[in-house]
Design a protein around this ligand. Structure first.
Ligand SMILES: CSC[C@H]1O[C@@H](n2cnc3c(O)ncnc32)[C@H](O)[C@@H]1O
Ligand SMILES: [Zn+2]
Length: 432
């Protein structure tokens, strides 16, 4: 029989336009929310009851683009533009990564994410079996995808594609259904057109979504025009990329026509404001994308270009920078920014049963301790979460109905060991 528990005296961020907050009760049966409302539900006699006073319950945060193992490179290459950062700093170090390095880097990142309220993340990287293991052990929900750079001889291209297909097949549905997979050519500037087409074919055969980096910098767009005669959006459209459900990271440099193409093909976007600011890539046209009906979610990108995995920060940046750039304080309203970090995140990852507190959804949720100075007075909880909250405010975290953070402590991962092993792994990389 599945566990049944009732939260009373709770404040719940259901994030509906008219009434985003509900005070009252939430019933959870097994891994699913079965009721939220002001009235005590019927038939809860046998349920364990928890007092939710002083806590704000909200959907777990969804980080829709990142590279978890890159936590080992945090602070290793700062204040550089993307291409130099990749070529001079990241790629030489990543070439030395062992599966064990990826395991400890991913563990460090997942620890940071769950402690900060993220319950679902997407990871594009190499050695993804290791990340799968971390998802299994930690209890988090993960979308895993082997990112492939195709600037290599044909035999190696074949090998990498075969590996991406194996990862996608092997891990889809694993960890009691918490893992799903995608297919990811890294970017149009690192994968030749015919190679991207093979990913599109594989995604079609496996019935999986596609993911890639796109139009992140002005230089990348110009390079695409010089090499292929079209900008990246038209290029990917020509290659059939948008014929599949797809999620593109960044999409900073877009024309009006490109926004129309993305909207028409229901392409989802992972907006990474922290990374885009740090790498001086620019500011994405988020208000225009939202207006055009595009699903825009939020991602941190890797911890070496951010340099943290704090989704509250990304939500706040999304709410703030577009006001600053446009001169319009309603450019991205607080509630919309919060939905980008939760509901739209799940949608952009093609997950239809998480990202929202509602009956029938998976119990992926966090409890924020609002009994603190920066949450007073109790004027507007949505405003406080978007403009004042941070990872240290996260008191409890549940994924798939199971508690993985209790009073800020991780119940599933050995924090001290992970901190030690991650530092040791970095020192090993420096010496290799
Ligand atoms: C092939 S696995 C993923 C690959 O992506 C690199 N990466 C990290 N951040 C970015 C970014 O902002 N744009 C493009 N590529 C990025 C990472 O270093 C890995 O090599
Ligand atoms: Zn990235």
């Amino acid at each position: 029989m599945s566990r049944k528990w009732l939260i009373k005296n709770g404040t719940f961020a259901v994030l509906d336009e008219k009434s985003p907050i509900v005070h009252g009760y939430m019933l959870i049966e097994g891994n699913t929310i079965s009721y939220i409302g002001e009235e005590r539900p019927e038939g809860v006699e046998g349920a364990e009851t928890y007092d939710g006073k002083g806590l704000l319950f909200m959907p777990g945060l969804v980080n829709s683009h990142g590279h978890t193992a890159m936590s080992l490179l945090r602070g290793y290459g700062d204040d550089m533009v993307l291409q130099e950062w990749l070529e001079q700093k990241m790629w030489p170090m990543e070439a030395k990564f062992t599966p064990e390095d990826v395991y400890w880097g991913a563990s460090l990142s997942v620890l940071e994410m769950v402690k900060g309220g993220t319950t679902t993340f997407l990871d594009m990287y190499d050695h993804m079996d290791q990340v799968g293991k971390v998802v299994e052990e930690s209890g988090i929900r993960g979308v895993l995808t082997r990112g492939v750079i195709g600037l290599c001889p044909p035999e190696l291209q074949d090998q990498k594609l075969a590996e991406a297909i194996r990862i996608a097949r092997d891990w889809h549905g694993k960890a009691e259904g918490r893992i799903t997979t995608m297919m990811s050519p890294h970017a149009p500037y690192t994968c030749p057109p015919d190679y991207i087409e093979r990913f599109v074919q594989a995604a079609h055969d496996l019935n999986l979504p596609l993911h890639t980096h796109m139009s992140e910098t002005r230089a990348e767009v110009q390079q695409n025009v010089d090499q292929y005669g079209v900008r990246p959006v038209q290029h990917l459209l020509n290659l059939g990329f948008f014929s599949r459900p797809s999620l593109v990271a960044h999409a900073v440099h877009l024309t009006d026509e490109e926004i129309e193409i993305l909207a028409a093909h229901k392409v989802a976007i992972s907006h990474n404001p922290g990374s885009n600011l740090k790498l001086a890539s620019g500011v994405a046209r988020v208000p225009e994308l939202l207006k055009a009906g595009v699903t825009v979610s939020l991602g941190t990108d890797g911890p070496a270009s951010n340099n943290n995995l704090d989704m509250f920060e990304e939500i706040r940046l999304a709410a703030l920078i577009h006001k600053g750039v446009s001169g319009d304080p309603t450019a991205v309203p607080a509630l919309e920014a919060l939905r980008m970090g939760t509901e739209y995140g799940a949608k952009s990852l093609y997950l239809n049963n998480t990202g929202k507190l509602a009956a029938g959804m998976k119990a992926d949720m966090i409890a924020v301790n609002t009994d603190q100075a920066h949450f007073l007075p109790r004027t507007d909880y949505i405003s406080h979460i978007v403009y004042s909250a941070g990872p240290k405010d996260v008191e409890h975290v549940w994924v798939d109905g199971k508690q993985i953070i209790r009073h800020g402590e991780c119940l599933t991962l050995d924090e001290e060991r992970i901190r030690y092993e991650a530092q040791t792994a970095f020192e090993g990389l420096l010496g290799r």
